[in-house]
Ligand binder design. Structure first.
Ligand SMILES: [Fe+2]
Ligand SMILES: [Fe+2]
Length: 291
């Protein structure tokens, strides 16, 4: 079984120091096989914010954690026009990671991160054809019994983001990206960006979505909350390629505690959901239907 902590939108510059420290304590206590952080490391891509994020990542690495990181739209300078267009991810590559499309593979899982942050599309993401080719190529060599996980900052699919179920923009080149994710046999698509926790089968959102399960993380440490959903991150246990448990770990004002706990099993390539009975778990809104 692979145990993965999926954090997102940590937003140094608009972060809560106490919660940052609490994530470290939680990760040290639970020792995931992999820590994924799906973008928005900073609030405004300022150098001081990148330094603070970098120090956090260094502390995690020193504690022995294996990290897989992708940039978010907030990691591109917004007001520094020269930096934005000439070297949009220069600060990210200097302070966070020089790999924009990272790869992790062990006996249980294969994980590919793709950078969706672009200078021209201020908040919406994009996937290019080179990245689509990379996805096809990487996963074509993975044994079929491993869980295949794709990580992006912007969700591949349009997501319901408002209380009324309004849909977000889908990532640029959405059709091609979804088709490639299908062809690559992606089991789980992880993303962030909306500061909302969410889990749903991709096929309920778009046609021809393949068998992917979409799992969104809320913001782990930012003080900018959406719809008052508290800070959280996802604790994912993958058993083979057809069985995954998702536990939302949620900030209750004093510490991280267990939230919604759901198990998905893929039967004939359809994910079937089962709520696990954690009577004392805090509840955050987890899965809501589009539209
Ligand atoms: Fe964000
Ligand atoms: Fe974002």
């Amino acid at each position: 079984m692979a145990r993965i902590a999926h954090l997102s939108d940590i937003h140094f510059g608009a972060h809560d120091d106490r919660i940052v420290r609490a994530t470290e304590a939680w990760l040290d206590a639970n020792r995931p096989d992999l820590v994924i952080i799906s973008g928005d490391f900073t609030q405004r891509a300022r150098i001081g914010e990148f330094r603070a994020a970098s120090a956090y990542l260094d502390r995690l690495r020193r504690a022995g954690h294996r990290l897989l990181l992708v940039p978010g739209n907030h990691d591109i300078p917004l007001y520094d026009v020269a930096a934005r267009f000439l070297a949009p991810l220069d600060r990210y590559e200097r302070h966070i990671s020089d790999t924009l499309c990272p790869w992790f593979e062990n006996d249980e899982v294969a994980v590919l991160g793709l950078n969706t942050a672009r200078s021209l599309t201020i908040k919406d993401g994009r996937i290019n054809h080179e990245q689509i080719a990379l996805m096809r190529d990487r996963f074509s060599r993975v044994s079929p019994d491993k869980m295949r996980i794709l990580v992006t900052h912007h969700p591949l699919f349009a997501m319901p983001i408002g209380k009324g179920g309004e849909l977000s923009e889908a990532v640029g080149h959405h059709d091609d990206a979804v088709e490639a994710a299908c062809a690559a046999g992606i089991h789980i698509a992880l993303a962030g960006h909306f500061h909302r926790t969410y889990a749903e089968e991709a096929r309920k959102m778009v046609e021809k979505a393949g068998d992917a399960l979409v799992i969104q993380a809320g913001t782990a440490t930012s003080t900018r909350l959406r719809n008052d959903e508290p800070q959280s991150f996802n604790w994912i246990h993958a058993n083979g390629s057809a069985d995954v448990e998702l536990q939302v770990v949620v900030w209750d004002g004093a510490g991280f505690t267990r939230g919604n706990h759901i198990r998905y099993r893929s039967i004939d390539a359809v994910w079937t959901r089962e709520d696990c009975d954690d009577a004392d778990a805090a509840r955050v809104p987890l899965s809501f239907q589009p539209g």
